[in-house]
Design a protein around this ligand. Structure first.
Ligand code: GLU
Length: 284
């Protein structure tokens, strides 16, 4: 550890939609070590915004599995489902900036429009939204909202980019400054009726509210950082450094998923593995 390294505040932010597996253990240990090595702090955040998919039993399992691995975090962990008011305030701030619009499209509407236009640019999450509701006359918008039609709130990417201008963030893994390119996502959804804040919004706001200075997470979320950087600029939030680490893979090089039951920390423990043996299995 060099003298100049300042204490990092890191976090592990699992979604309680299943049991933690070896890949999660790797991510949690990575963040925990990054804090420890710098004399910093390690926090835990339960990303349970999608209340339909998240379950209390998986939250309890996260606490138990992390403790079994020897990972300690500052109590209490932040649970996103207890902070909907924070996300709502952020959405209101964005609404005031006029960078959000209601989108009434169903998946079918979007697919039909893409098919019709014969033009389907892709982003990290699939085809980009073709902008149907961006062009709705304000009167029609208000009428449909008042009528109770279900809608999502989308970010008007072009307007948002015009407000912030060029942005960068620091990629600690490669030691590089990266130019933010949130446009690759198009008009992302920031809230839906059933999930009042998207992952992008809740995660970015919470990293700020929890004072995170170094976000460590899998490289599968590298692209998401472009959007997070844009939201930080719009909402006046701090920008942490980022380290997107490699993902632990199975023997055939496949990604580990929650459905790989044999590789859950639960199953490994039940099979008689010790925490040290599991930590050894997470060495890349
Ligand atoms: N909750 C996200 C997940 O489990 C991780 C979010 C993050 O680390 O930024 O994939």
């Amino acid at each position: 550890m060099s003298e100049s390294v300042s204490p990092a505040v890191t976090r592990f932010a699992p979604s309680p939609t299943g049991l933690l597996h070896l890949g999660h253990a790797y991510a949690a240990l990575f963040a925990h070590r990054a804090a420890r090595e710098t004399g910093g702090r390690f926090l835990l955040r339960i990303e349970d915004i999608d209340t339909g998919r998240c379950r209390r039993e998986f939250i309890d399992a996260i606490y138990e599995d992390l403790a079994w691995l020897g990972i300690d975090w500052e109590k209490p962990a932040r649970r996103q489902s207890e902070h909907f008011a924070d996300y709502k305030r952020a959405l209101e701030a964005l609404e005031k900036m006029r960078v959000l619009y209601p989108c009434f499209c169903t998946r079918k509407d979007i697919a039909a429009e893409i098919e019709r236009s014969g033009h389907a640019p892709h982003g990290p999450d699939g085809p980009l939204y073709p902008g149907i509701c961006r062009a709705l006359p304000p009167g029609e918008r208000t009428e449909r909202v008042n009528k109770g039609d279900a809608y999502a709130l989308r970010l008007d990417m072009e307007k948002a980019r015009a407000l912030t201008g060029p942005l960068t963030w620091f990629d600690r893994r490669n030691g590089k400054t990266i130019a933010a390119a949130p446009d690759i996502f198009g008009d992302v959804v920031l809230a839906r009726k059933e999930t009042p804040a998207s992952y992008h919004l809740a995660c970015t706001l919470d990293d700020h509210l929890q004072g995170i200075t170094l976000v460590t997470r899998g490289e599968d979320l590298f692209a998401a950082t472009h959007v997070h950087r844009l939201l930080q600029a719009l909402l006046g939030l701090d920008t942490p450094a980022y380290h997107h680490h490699a993902l632990l893979t199975g023997e055939a090089g496949e990604r580990l998923a929650k459905r790989d039951k044999a590789l859950t920390l639960r199953a490994l423990r039940a099979a008689g593995e010790t925490p040290d043996a599991v930590i050894e299995l997470t060495r890349l």
